[in-house]
Design a binder for this molecule. Structure first.
Ligand SMILES: [Fe+2]
Length: 279
């Protein structure tokens, strides 16, 4: 099967964009612990799936504290122990920017407020509750709007500019700073929805900032209705994939990460971009 894309897939990298990935990773490490917000939507989904598999609940609308109560009352001690191991393994911060080219060709980057983000429901092949839920997260700390982040945004702007013939008025970008930890007892993927689209016209699916003591985290690209895999990339820190997304034949996923040394913390930290051109 041949793949006809409306624009190319571009691997962005730190050297080309002038990003100092080591200093960016060093800075972000100071924020993972206390600033990044636990993804309670994902935790709710993990817990609810566990109880559904045990045929204890049949719907996904219960809050975490309700799920915990049901688990305590209904699970046997062995299953309750397994349930208690389920932890929020993903944390996130979000931000929104607009980028527009000025008459002097400079790119103006303006931060915008963002209350929540919503994945386009049509973009997800699985009946996955998160795709139709408004998800509220903490906004990115102003100190993390670094020159490296701006270079990544610029890189995305120019990748888009190369990809389309129409001239854009400006682009809107939602930025997701995400960290995924590897815990022994769960399958830790930044794409728990499996093969999916993010739901915006263009994305940088994951620009890797930091990968510590972790194997896996391999990015896969698929084409067509049958989701035929055609590209597999184990991105290093400083690399990310720019690609068209919504209403294309392209789908993507990322494999779970696993700790190499199980006695130490393992994680993969990325910056994802949802890119919406305005004409
Ligand atoms: Fe994605």
């Amino acid at each position: 099967m041949s793949l006809i894309l409306k624009s190319p897939i571009i691997v962005l990298n730190d050297d080309d964009l002038g990003i100092d990935i080591k200093s960016e990773a060093k800075l972000l490490r100071e924020y993972y612990q206390d600033s990044y917000q636990e993804d309670n939507y994902l935790l709710q989904m993990q817990k609810s799936n566990f109880l559904k598999q045990k045929s204890i609940i049949h719907n996904s609308d219960l809050e975490v504290n309700e799920l915990n109560q049901i688990a305590k009352n209904k699970l046997n001690s062995q299953d309750y122990l397994k349930y208690s191991y389920i932890k929020a393994y993903r944390k996130r911060l979000i931000a929104k920017f607009t980028l527009s080219e000025q008459n002097n060709s400079n790119l103006e980057i303006i931060r915008q407020p963002i209350e929540y983000f919503l994945q386009n429901p049509s973009s997800n092949i699985n009946d996955f509750k998160l795709s139709t839920t408004k998800r509220y997260f903490k906004e990115l700390n102003e100190e993390l709007v670094t020159s490296n982040l701006k270079k990544l945004l610029q890189g995305a702007y120019f990748a888009l500019d190369k990809s389309i013939t129409r001239r854009v008025k400006f682009i809107e970008v939602i930025v997701h700073h995400t960290i995924v930890y590897a815990f022994d007892n769960c399958d830790n993927s930044n794409a728990p929805e499996g093969i999916h689209q993010d739901g915006t016209p263009y994305i940088v699916s994951a620009f890797v900032v930091d990968k510590v003591n972790a194997s896996g985290g391999v990015s896969y690209l698929y084409q067509g209705a049958q989701h035929e895999k055609f590209l597999e990339l184990n991105l290093k820190p400083g690399q990310g994939i720019f690609q068209p997304d919504l209403n294309t034949q392209l789908w993507h996923s990322v494999s779970p990460i696993k700790a190499i040394d199980k006695s130490k913390t393992a994680y993969r930290s990325t910056i994802g971009l949802d890119i919406l051109p305005k004409f």
